[in-house]
Design a protein around this ligand. Sequence first.
Ligand SMILES: [Fe+2]
Length: 529
Amino acid sequence: MDNKQPKSILFVDDEESILSVSSEYFQRQGYRTLTAKSGVEALKILEHQSVDCCFTDINMPEMNGLELAEKIRIADNTMPVIVMTGFPSLENTIQTIKNGVVDFLIKPVNLKQMELSVQRVIQQRKLFVENVLLKKEVESKRRLEKLNQELLYKVEELNILNKIMSKFEAISSSTDVFKRAVDMALDMVDADLTNFYVINETIQEPVEVSFAAAGQRRGSTASLASEIVPGMPRTLHLESPETFKSALIMEVVSDQIPLLIAENPGTNGLPRNINSAMIVPLKIRETVFGVLTAFVIQGTKRFAEKDLYYLSFLAQSAAHAIENLALYENIYENLFATLYAFVKAVEARDLYTQQHSSRVTGLSLILGQHLGCSKEELDTLNFAGHLHDIGKIGIRDDILLKPGRLTSEEFEKIKDHPVIGANILEQLGLWEQERHIIRCHHERFDGSGYPDGIKHRKIPFLARILSVADVYDAMASDRAYRKKMEDEVIIKIINEGVGTQFDPDVVAAFNKAYKEGEISQYMETGKIN
Ligand SMILES: [Fe+2]
């Protein structure tokens, strides 16, 4: 508040003489004065003028001084109002204080007394206003701090949520999702133990599929069921497994609402050594198929709403990941089935090549096993084997089904089928590795094959396997232009091709499998040991 500016005082009184005397006196003291003959007039002045202090008589027609004080207080609670009355009463005094009047002067009022009162109330007002401003500043500072805190919390939350989502991207199997969910849950909510249960539909019971324990090894329950995890209460499931599983988990499964037991009361079926617990459902299209659980077993940590929120988000992300995997696997299988139907259609055109792709696949798998292929490689072989000749769909029947020898021109056409096959898969944008194997299944080890004439290790290993299986089956089955060949002759031809047409390692594996009778048995029964 600027002290150099003259303070303005408003005098309200229905007695003209009092107004003029007071006004004159205060002007001489350096104040700016305003006068009103009634409360109504005073309020009008206050609407447009800046006033530092108001003197008012109590007994006035229309609106008395106390009513005026009340109205002023409502409009501006920092405005000091001093009332003057000739007949003070207890009732009036109390009312005056209630109405926020800061001083009370008894008539006849001494002008000097009025001046002292003005000085005091203006000083008080200054302090009051400063105080209000200060308070506002403190408040806004506090609010800022709170907002800042909220912001930090939101950023942290966003980071955690992002972390959850990115961890579930690029996951290729449901087992991975289960494992990752328990690991992440353990770190995220600072639990001692987390478990993933899948709900068995037939027996309506939760089956634990993975767990993670703080500071211990993590894994799938099946492989660890008999192990004792030091320091960790696997007794969790032993103490009251039925109550625990059936009552709590199935309750969450049926009402689909996440459960938080911040402090274990020891009466709800939870073993007493559990201090705090959370159980959240995993839903795919409104159906619960599993639950994620988290427990605090030692220490002072207790789960809070925030932890439940994170765990629920994690569970939902895991559910999405599983749903996507299921969808993907479904699409993948459908597409494969469609493509294989094409292959069957091609084979059906030629009586002699029926089941060729299926047999080549079986033989490739036998060789792959002998050569120590991984499960993923065998899956790839299975896929590529079934579809290796899919490109023949693009070859005209009169060439494809021609009995007898092909002209070199016709043979050139036939030679297009690995490229056509690879292109079909390329258009689907899937199965890059399989596509490459299909393209290379007629390459020869010494580089004299087609379509690219690549050699040795440039030819994918699985294509080198497929090549031996393909040639063996072609010779071991009847064709339009010849009868099937004798096994001894075929073995001889294949071994003559070592290093030129075939990879020596693959032929070695073939010889071994043949000696062990696996090849003949497969050709007769269609079954692999
Ligand atoms: Fe082929």
